[in-house]
Every structure is written in structure tokens, then in C-alpha cells.
Design a protein around this ligand. Structure first.
Ligand SMILES: [Zn+2]
Ligand SMILES: [Zn+2]
Length: 171
């Protein structure tokens, strides 16, 4: 659902959205979100976007590979500028460094695209289903959160590389 820039009144426009989107480009819109976003023109084609986005995408734990819901509740503050301001070299006039600056093409903006980008920023680089996740046994592949296995690992388990470092420092 795109919004025409020209249709946004000078006093601004507030949208409440609740829908699903395809956050990780998997071909299925599986991430439900709710968002309240207000769009306010601030001259020269600039749009001030502010609001809040909530979603709970399923992430994969980077240690045990289990899927888990990750709660995102993010405040949004973005300045949207027409892409033509970059081409004309006028972007240094837009000194609003305290805000995220993004650019739009043409006459329309797509709120869901803005929401998707903000959600991707909020997703951790190394998702963990639990900060203490024990991960999978590197030998038998068993989920060590569920039960220990009988494989012969060193006492540090998956952190063996660190204990090797410790040994180097002892010498
Ligand atoms: Zn995990
Ligand atoms: Zn094992």
C-alpha cells in the first residue's frame, strides 16, 4: 500500500498498520507486525517519519539452530528525502545527522518497506534463543540444552578455543 507524497496533508498523516511481511525474503509473508507511523512533510520533499513498530519474527539461534520468536518493539525516527536530492548534490544542505536519513524514488513511499528496513535493523546479528544457550555438540550434533552427551570434549565444551588461548598465556 503505497502513499502518494502529494496526498500527505501539511499537518501530517498517521497510519496504523497491522499485517504480515516477508522479513527475510523467504517468499512467505510470515512475520506479523503492528505499526503506528506518522508522516509529516518538512519542506523540499522531506518527510519526517516517527512512530513505533512491534513484531515478533522467528529467528534461528546461532548456537543450537532452534527457531524462536524474537520480540521487537522499536521506536522509529527516520527522515525521508527524495532520491533526487542526492543526484543534485543538495544532500549536504540536509544536515540532520541526529536522524536516520533514507531516500525514496518517485512520487510514492511504501510504508511496509520502511517497516521492513527498521525491523531488519532491530534483528540481532548473532541471535541467541537464550544468552546461556549451550549449543550443539560439535561431535555428535546433540542439542546440549536438552541433555549432555558422552562425547569426549574438553571441559570448556564449545569454548575449547578459549581454553587453548588460556594455556598459551600461562606459558
Ligand atoms: Zn540456542
Ligand atoms: Zn556429543
Amino acid at each position: 500500500m503505497a502513499i502518494k507524497i502529494n496526498d500527505i496533508p501539511p499537518e501530517g498523516l498517521t497510519l496504523e498498520l497491522a499485517h504480515k511481511l516477508d522479513l527475510f525474503d523467504k517468499g512467505v509473508a510470515s512475520t506479523a507486525f503492528t505499526a503506528v507511523l506518522s508522516f509529516k512533510p518538512s519542506g523540499a520533499g522531506l518527510l519526517h517519519v516517527a512512530g513505533r513498530i512491534q513484531a515478533e519474527p522467528l529467528l534461528e539461534c546461532s548456537r543450537c539452530l532452534k527457531s524462536f520468536p524474537y520480540r521487537i518493539d522499536a521506536d522509529v525516527k527516520v527522515e525521508l528525502a527524495p532520491a533526487s536530492t542526492v543526484e543534485s548534490g543538495a544532500e549536504h544542505e540536509l544536515d540532520r545527522s541526529e536522524l536516520d536519513m533514507e531516500f525514496y524514488q518517485g512520487e510514492e513511499i511504501e510504508p511496509v518497506a520502511i517497516i521492513k528496513e527498521q525491523l531488519l535493523i532491530a534483528v540481532p546479528m548473532v541471535p541467541l534463543h537464550d544468552a546461556d544457550c549451550k549449543g550443539l555438540c560439535p561431535i555428535c550434533g546433540k542439542d546440549l540444552n536438552e541433555a549432555a552427551c558422552d562425547c569426549k570434549r574438553d571441559d570448556q565444551g564449545t569454548f575449547g578455543a578459549f581454553s587453548a588461548l588460556k594455556d598459551i598465556f600461562k606459558k
